[in-house]
Design a protein around this ligand. Structure first.
Ligand SMILES: CC(C)(COP(=O)(O)OP(=O)(O)OC[C@H]1O[C@@H](n2cnc3c(N)ncnc32)[C@H](O)[C@@H]1OP(=O)(O)O)[C@@H](O)C(=O)NCCC(=O)NCCS
Length: 137
């Protein structure tokens, strides 16, 4: 699994218990997952279809640095399925796991459309992937 973005936990990210607020973490994961799916399928015409159970394993505190990891489980015809782990960058203690996130490639009418991708794009090669340019509207 590759770990992509890192976040420094700040006071505004905390809940009343002074630990990381779940909503902040989910917002970061949602963005990270979208970027991951876009880079893997080389298109931004994607929608979130499914997110499995989210297991909050350990909390994080202000000053902690967390890192978010994604790993492709499966390329479908129109979909991509991957898992997500968030962990403390230094202790490597898991903070959250999501076993299954599914994005679907859609056409201009929002209907599923084959994406044609069958192999993982490694982070070092994202800029060289087929088509090269993603035009974000
Ligand atoms: C995504 C959407 C177009 C899919 O439509 P659909 O009628 O379910 O399409 P299909 O049944 O053909 O499934 C499309 C793909 O999703 C997969 N899929 C559908 N339901 C699934 C589920 N519950 N779990 C995992 N994968 C699922 C299918 O296996 C298929 O993958 P494949 O083509 O790679 O084999 C439609 O459900 C939709 O528009 N959902 C709203 C998306 C959205 O707005 N997301 C943002 C929420 S804020």
């Amino acid at each position: 699994m590759n770990f992509y973005s890192r976040k420094l936990i700040k006071p505004e990210d905390l809940n009343p218990n002074h630990t990381l607020f779940g909503g902040s973490l989910l917002r970061w994961i949602d963005e990270e997952a979208a970027i991951f799916a876009i880079c893997q399928l080389n298109t931004d015409k994607l929608v979130t279809k499914f997110i499995s159970e989210i297991n909050f394993i350990n909390s994080a505190r202000a000053g902690d640095i967390i890192e978010m990891g994604m790993e492709v489980l499966m390329f479908g015809r129109t979909s991509i399925t991957f898992k997500c782990v968030v962990r403390n960058k230094f202790t490597k203690e898991n903070i959250l796991t999501i076993d299954k996130i599914v994005f679907v490639h859609v056409d201009e009418n929002g209907r599923p459309k084959p994406h044609g991708v069958t192999t993982v794009t490694e982070p070092d090669h994202e800029d060289e992937s087929a088509g090269n340019t993603i035009i974000l509207n």
